[in-house]
Design a protein around this ligand. Structure first.
Ligand SMILES: O=P(O)(O)OC[C@H]1O[C@H](O)[C@H](O)[C@@H](O)[C@@H]1O
Length: 430
């Protein structure tokens, strides 16, 4: 994996960085790296996530899910960091097992998924670090009842990943469900390389060892200079550009298989860095599709966005058939992959021509190893950004506020946040 910073330099973008400013930034990266290493050595909350490549035991995960032989489908019931990491992996990789995610409580969507599945051949993977998240527990109760109604022994087909305490742990113990613990000190959005993200991938038959190897390769590249670490290069430059007005970051992979990766990235970036009035708003885009929609804004709207273009340099390809149609002959003999690459490079150039900063991230392939590299690097980038911005990267008090308010509204406790909902001002236009 590598990161190309050429188009964030002041020679390519209006608010870009000079080589001298990059050198100055690098001095701050060295200090931040020391802090990160200290946090990792002390297993401090959050920093511990960067130790996962060596801490996670893939054999234990395989062992825990081995009782589910030959499922047709897996439904992961979780939300936020308890769903997006697993979804990023299983959506990116091919498998004979269909992977679905119940990460919302939209009744129509839940009903429609349950109606389509053969529940007797489905594994249910319930994931919640806290074991108390209302959406996850509610969805699980619905799924459990649907299984019972279909005559399926739900306890035989359910797998749980949760903390040592909480409603879900109690349930797992009561029904003797197979379970895995969530790792200590690792917030949900940083947990893809643990039991939380890897159990679903293992059930789908993916090579979880290779995911961890890819992550370990990026871990070994963390160093006191951004010029030696793709992860730190990306994190530090994103921070520096945010300081120069790039308040948004459009994550734009040129691979359909990485579409969910952008969602995962959005949670990581938003929940970790959106604090104290600071942060960089993640936008989700997909190349080449969004070249024909959002790119207009990125190139000609406010100059407040970093565009991050991600691609794999190797992939399967499809030849474009020859044609004698007027004006289309140039396509014949080329391939869809060549066209996608041309679009990728054209987008970079078009952004530079308008003075807009962009970063290129390349992995070799969208496979287990490449995903491990990419996910770990983005996590380390986020931690570096958080250090440089001096925010508390590993907490999410703003999200917790809404959780408490919703719980209070449902009668799940006395939460003052719920009172604020009743105070809503109305100005209705009909
Ligand atoms: O894993 P859980 O405890 O169910 O939490 C699921 C999600 O809940 C909240 O929304 C947090 O802000 C997320 O970071 C977390 O991933």
């Amino acid at each position: 994996m590598h990161v190309d910073l050429g188009n964030v330099l002041d020679t390519a973008s209006v608010h870009g960085l000079s080589r001298e400013s990059l050198e100055r930034l690098d001095e701050r990266v060295a200090a931040a790296h020391d802090r990160i290493q200290q946090g990792r050595a002390d297993s401090e909350h959050g920093y511990e996530a960067l130790n996962l490549p060596s801490r996670t035991d893939p054999a234990a995960i395989r062992d825990a899910v081995s009782r589910f032989d030959d499922p047709e489908a897996i439904v992961t019931v979780g939300i936020g960091g308890s769903a997006l990491g697993a979804a990023t992996l299983t959506d990116a990789l091919d498998s004979d097992v269909d992977a679905y995610y119940l990460d919302n409580v939209d009744p129509e969507a839940v009903e429609s998924l349950l109606a389509d599945l053969d529940l007797s051949k489905t594994v249910v993977n319930v994931v919640s670090r806290s074991g108390t998240t209302a959406e996850t527990l509610a969805n699980f109760l619905v799924v459990r009842e649907a299984m019972a109604d279909a005559g399926v022994d739900w306890a035989d087909r359910t797998f749980v990943t949760t903390g040592e305490e909480g409603n879900l742990r109690d349930l797992a113990e009561k029904h003797d469900l197979p379970s895995l613990p969530v790792p200590d000190g690792v917030p949900g959005r940083f947990s893809v390389l643990s039991t939380v993200g890897l159990a679903a991938a293992a059930i789908c038959g993916h090579d979880i060892e290779a995911i961890l190897e890819g992550a370990a390769a990026q871990e070994s590249r963390l160093s006191d200079s951004l010029f030696d670490s793709p992860a730190y290069a990306y994190g530090a430059v994103s921070y520096a550009l945010a300081e120069r007005g790039m308040s948004a970051n459009a994550m734009m992979p040129y691979a359909e298989s990485l579409e969910t990766f952008s969602e995962w990235f959005a949670q990581l970036w938003a929940e970790s860095l959106g604090k104290d009035g600071l942060g960089q708003t993640p936008l989700r885009a997909l190349g080449a599709t969004d070249q024909h929609s959002q790119l207009q804004l990125y190139r000609a709207g406010p100059n407040d966005k970093l565009v991050t273009l991600v691609r794999a340099t190797e992939r399967d390809d499809v030849a474009i058939p020859e044609t004698d149609l007027d004006g289309l002959a140039y396509l014949g003999g080329a391939s869809l992959g060549e066209l996608l690459d041309a679009e990728f490079e054209a987008t970079e150039a078009s952004l530079v021509a308008a003075g807009r900063p962009n970063v290129r991230i390349e992995i070799d392939r969208v496979d287990e190893y490449g995903l491990g590299e990419l996910l770990y690097a983005m996590e380390a980038a986020c931690v570096m950004y958080g250090e440089l911005a001096s925010v508390d990267t590993f907490v999410q008090p703003a999200v917790e506020w809404g959780k408490r308010a919703a719980r209070g509204l449902l009668g799940g406790g006395d939460f003052e946040e719920a009172d604020a909902v009743a105070d809503k001002e109305e100005l209705v236009v009909e």
